[in-house]
Design a protein around this ligand. Structure first.
Ligand code: PGA
Length: 251
C-alpha cells in the first residue's frame, strides 16, 4: 500500500502525518498485513525515514533521475535516495508523463537506474479519458508495459511493482469500478509475461485513482488487484491506514 503525497505538506504537517502513521502501524491489527510505503516530497524524505525507523513502514521517492550522478542540475539520483532512507521510488506517474512530457523511454531509463542503484521500483501506467473513450485503453497499456520490458531481466517480483492508474480517475473522485480495474490489471499481467517478465504472476499490481476507505475493499477483492497507490486519501493518516486494512497480505 503506497501513499503518494505529491507536492503537498510542509515540515510541520508532515511530522503530524508521520506520527499518525507510526502510531497506527504499531498495532498490527490496526495496520493490516500490507507492506506500507509512503512517498513524501524530496525535502522531507530523510525526515520521514527517521520518523518511521523501526516501524516497518518504508519510504519511497516520487521520482528518480535517469542519470547516475554528476553535473545534472536539479536531478536527484538513486544513491542519494537510498542515502536519505528510501527503499522505493515511483516512476512514470501520469502527472509527470503529461505535465512534464516524460516519455516511455525516459520512464524506462529512470526505472533502469533505480533498479541498478538498489531501489525497488513502482512504475505507473494508465490511459487518459480520451484514450479510453476511443477504445485505445489496451493499446496504451501495452505500449507502456512493453517499454518497461527491458527491465524484465533485472526486476525481481519483490522489487518491481506496477501501478495501474487510469488518468481520468486520479484526483477526480471518479474511481474505476472494480470490474474495469480488474480487466485492466489482468491485461497488464498478461502483457508483462509477453514483455519478458518471467514472474508476471507474482508481480504486485496496484490500483490508483480516487481510492478511499469506502471503495478500497471492493477494489482489493479483485484477483489481480494486489494493493493501492493512494494520493489524496494518503494525506490523512486515518484514511490511509483504513485503506491499508482493506488490502490482502503481500504474497
Ligand atoms: P488520488 O491519486 O488517489 O488522489 O486519485 C492517486 C495517484 O495519483 O497516485
Amino acid at each position: 500500500m503506497v501513499g503518494n503525497w505529491k507536492m503537498n505538506g510542509d515540515r510541520g504537517s508532515i511530522a503530524v502525518l508521520l506520527s499518525g502513521i507510526r502510531a497506527a502501524s504499531r498495532d498490527r491489527a490496526a495496520a493490516g498485513a500490507a507492506t506500507l510505503v509512503v512517498c513524501p516530497p524530496y525535502p522531507y524524505l530523510a525526515q520521514a525515514a527517521q520518523a518511521l525507523e523501526g516501524s516497518g513502514v518504508q519510504v519511497g521517492a516520487q521520482d528518480v533521475s535517469s542519470y547516475e550522478a554528476g553535473a545534472f542540475t536539479g536531478e536527484v539520483c538513486a544513491s542519494m535516495l537510498i542515502d536519505a532512507g528510501c527503499a522505493w521510488t515511483l516512476v512514470g506517474h501520469s502527472e509527470r508523463r503529461m505535465l512534464l512530457g516524460e516519455s516511455d523511454a525516459l520512464v524506462a531509463a529512470k526505472g533502469r537506474r533505480a533498479l541498478a542503484g538498489g531501489l525497488g521500483l513502482i512504475a505507473c501506467v494508465g490511459e487518459t479519458l480520451e484514450e479510453r473513450e476511443q477504445g485505445r485503453t489496451e493499446a496504451v497499456l501495452a505500449r507502456q508495459v512493453d517499454a518497461l520490458g527491458e527491465l524484465a531481466a533485472s526486476a525481481r517480483a519483490d522489487r518491481f511493482v506496477l501501478a495501474y492508474e487510469p488518468v481520468w480517475a486520479i484526483g477526480t473522485g471518479r474511481t474505476a469500478n472494480p470490474e474495469q480495474a480488474q480487466a485492466a490489471h489482468a491485461f497488464i499481467r498478461a502483457r508483462c509475461a509477453r514483455a519478458g517478465f518471467a514472474d508476471a504472476d507474482s508481480i504486485r499490481l496496484l490500483y490508483g485513482g480516487s481510492v478511499k476507505p469506502s471503495n478500497a475493499a471492493s477494489l482489493f477483492a479483485m484477483p489481480d488487484i494486489d494493493g493501492g497507490l493512494i494520493g489524496g486519501a494518503s494525506l490523512v493518516s486515518e484514511d490511509f491506514m483504513a485503506i491499508a486494512r482493506c488490502a490482502a497480505p503481500a504474497a
